[in-house]
Every structure is written in structure tokens, then in C-alpha cells.
Design a protein around this ligand. Structure first.
Ligand code: 3Y8
Ligand code: NAP
Length: 253
């Protein structure tokens, strides 16, 4: 019987958990523990880091994991790198469930940058009203461009006010809707949107809303990830589980 570990934290991970639960397959969904109340799941959940590559490899062995699914966010580069290394070390097959990067479409006005630092640099210039839809972890870097009014969207209310002199904080968790993001952009008279090329439907709303309003975007490209087997559809993961060889230790070889 397969024992599946899903590295979660995305809409796709939640969709996969639903599929696996519906088929009665044994799966555990793992969160890093970044948010106060992660979405409830139809499978058992574990919360917290594993303790690096060795910790994850040990977890895979100790829990008899037969299939590892990396369904983390495209910007969770460290987790994904650890998954490749730990799966190799533990002899457990690995698949990544991810989403294609967004591509510019006619009418888009993107400035692509390589990382958060590039986004900060691209904000040099006169004061503007900026939607910084990057969550909580990278906000401090934008204090270097404190001339702007920032609208921030966090999943949870922060313990301390964000370190930006002129900001409005919105606490909301996605997935978001186009109508909702259109209203957000208009309510706050946003003139520029900064976001990660997260891909996927769960956070595409602001892209579509910005396009409809003719707003420019600073788009942060994804970090590089090690090569691994990637699919974009939770059903493809089910097919893989049906056919992927179980770890060598279970094949009696
Ligand atoms: C803890 C689990 C589900 C998953 C939903 C997806 C969609 C909604 C959109 C904006 C952009 C952002 C942020 C975002 C989205 C989904 C998905 C996605 C972006 C939760 C969740 C966890 C996190 C962590 C959180 C980060 C932050 C990033 C907010 C749960 C809700 C900005 C990424 O406060 C913090 O420390 C938050 C940190 C990593 C990025 C950052 O740098 O701050 N996600 N998001 C996961 C864990 O502990 O392992 O609480 O339920 C999951 C989701 N967030 O099951 O429905 O699939 O991407 N998450 C980005 O894309 O730019 C919001 O506001 O427009
Ligand atoms: P990261 O920087 O790649 O990982 C940092 C460390 O956090 C990892 O080495 C691991 O700790 C722990 N970790 C990360 N994801 C984990 C998971 N699913 N289960 C258990 N431990 C995990 O990760 P991140 O970018 O902070 O993302 C954290 C979580 O938020 C992930 O679930 C991700 O899918 C979700 N998320 C992230 C973003 C984003 O923009 N980064 C957006 C949406 C959702 P150890 O080394 O101790 O094992």
C-alpha cells in the first residue's frame, strides 16, 4: 500500500489531498507552520520543518513513505532542493506538482526582475501607490524605497507593524477572485503591482485585474530549482503513484 507524503502549502497540494482521500490512499500533508491556521485537509497533517535534508530523509525512512510529492510553491526553493536530495538519499520516488509560470499576454506591462532585490531596485523613482502582494516574508527589503505608499496583503495579522513608513495592511488569505482584486486595486488607487511569478489559478486574480485596469507590474521570476520529474495536474500524480516503483527497500532487492 502506498504511503504518500505531500509537501504542501498550495492550492494544488490541497486539490491532490482531496483526490487521494477520495481514493482512500494513505497520505500525509506537510506544512512548514508559517501561518496561524492553515487550511484544514482531508488527510492527516504534520506541521513544521523536518530539520534539513537529513531530517527529511529520516522522516521518509521512519514513516515508510513510498512516494514523495513536492507540491510546494515555486518560490519554496529550499524545500524543493531538500526534497530532491532527501528522496535520493532515502531511495524514495519523487514527483513535483507545480504550475506553469505565467506568460505575458497582449496588454500586459511587465517589468521582469530576477528576485526581490531586483523588485526593490525597480521601484526607484517618484512616489507611487504600490500593491506589494508578496506576503510577509520580504516586506522589510522595500523600506529602501520608502517614498511609495504600499498596500500589503498578509495571511495573518503581524505581531509588529510592517517596517514601511507609509503603508496600508490588508489581512486576507487566497485563493482570490478577479472581482475582489479589481476592487482592491481600485479602492486603494493602485498604480503599480509587485508580485512573484507564482503561476496557478489560486493567485492569478491580481494579474487579470491589473491587466483589465491597464496597470504595470513588476514580476519576480522564479528561483532556479534542481531538475526533477514535474507535472501540473493532480491527476497525473495519481497515475504516477499507480506506476512508480516502490522504494528499493520495499521491493525486497
Ligand atoms: C503556509 C497555508 C490552499 C493554499 C492556498 C497558491 C495559492 C492562496 C496566493 C497575494 C499573494 C503569497 C503567500 C500566497 C498565495 C495560495 C495558497 C497562496 C501569496 C498559505 C499557507 C501558507 C502560506 C505561506 C505564505 C508565505 C507567503 C505566501 C502569502 C494555509 C495561505 C504572497 C505568495 O506570513 C507568512 O510568513 C506567509 C508566508 C510563504 C510568501 C511570503 O514570502 O510571505 N504563502 N500561504 C504554508 C506552510 O506553512 O507550509 O495557511 O492554508 C497557502 C497559500 N497561499 O491550500 O488553499 O497556491 O499559491 N501565499 C505568492 O504567490 O506571492 C499571496 O496576496 O496576492
Ligand atoms: P522554503 O524557504 O523553501 O523552505 C524553508 C524551510 O521551511 C525548509 O527548509 C523546511 O525546513 C521548511 N519547509 C518549507 N516548506 C515546508 C513544508 N511544506 N513542510 C515542512 N517544512 C517545510 O519555504 P517557504 O518559501 O518559506 O515556504 C513555506 C511554505 O509556504 C511551503 O509550504 C510553501 O508551499 C508555502 N508557500 C510559500 C510561498 C512562497 O512565496 N514562498 C507561497 C505560497 C505558499 P527544514 O529544512 O527544517 O525541513
Amino acid at each position: 500500500m502506498p504511503e504518500i507524503l505531500i509537501l504542501g502549502g498550495t492550492t494544488e497540494a490541497s486539490a491532490l489531498a482531496q483526490l487521494l482521500a477520495a481514493r482512500g490512499l494513505a497520505a500525509t500533508l506537510s506544512y512548514a507552520g508559517r501561518t496561524q491556521a492553515p487550511r484544514a485537509q482531508p488527510v492527516p497533517v504534520r506541521i513544521g520543518g523536518f530539520g534539513g535534508v537529513e531530517g527529511l530523509a529520516a522522516y521518509l525512512r521512519e514513516h515508510g513513505v513510498t512516494h514523495l510529492v513536492d507540491a510546494t510553491h515555486p518560490f519554496a526553493a529550499q524545500m524543493s532542493a531538500h526534497a530532491v536530495a532527501a528522496a535520493q538519499a532515502a531511495g524514495v520516488p519523487l514527483i513535483a506538482l507545480t504550475r506553469p509560470a505565467w506568460q505575458t499576454q497582449p496588454g500586459d506591462a511587465w517589468t521582469r526582475v530576477a528576485d526581490v532585490a531586483g523588485a526593490v531596485d525597480a521601484l526607484a523613482g517618484p512616489a507611487r501607490r504600490v500593491l506589494l502582494a508578496l506576503g510577509r516574508m520580504h516586506v522589510a527589503a522595500f523600506a529602501a524605497q520608502g517614498q511609495h505608499h504600499y498596500v500589503l496583503r498578509f495571511v495573518d495579522t503581524p505581531d509588529a507593524p510592517p517596517p514601511l513608513p507609509d503603508h496600508t495592511l490588508v489581512v486576507d488569505r487566497g485563493p482570490f477572485t478577479v472581482e475582489g482584486d479589481m476592487a482592491l486595486l481600485q479602492r486603494h488607487a493602485i498604480g503599480l503591482v509587485v508580485c512573484k511569478n507564482a503561476g496557478g489559478s489560486g493567485v492569478q486574480a491580481k494579474l487579470i485585474a491589473a491587466r483589465a485596469l491597464g496597470l504595470p507590474m513588476i514580476m519576480i521570476d522564479r528561483p532556479d530549482l534542481p531538475p526533477r520529474h514535474e507535472v501540473h495536474d493532480p491527476q497525473a500524480v495519481l497515475d504516477w503513484i499507480a506506476h512508480a516503483a516502490a522504494p528499493s527497500r520495499l521491493r525486497g532487492v
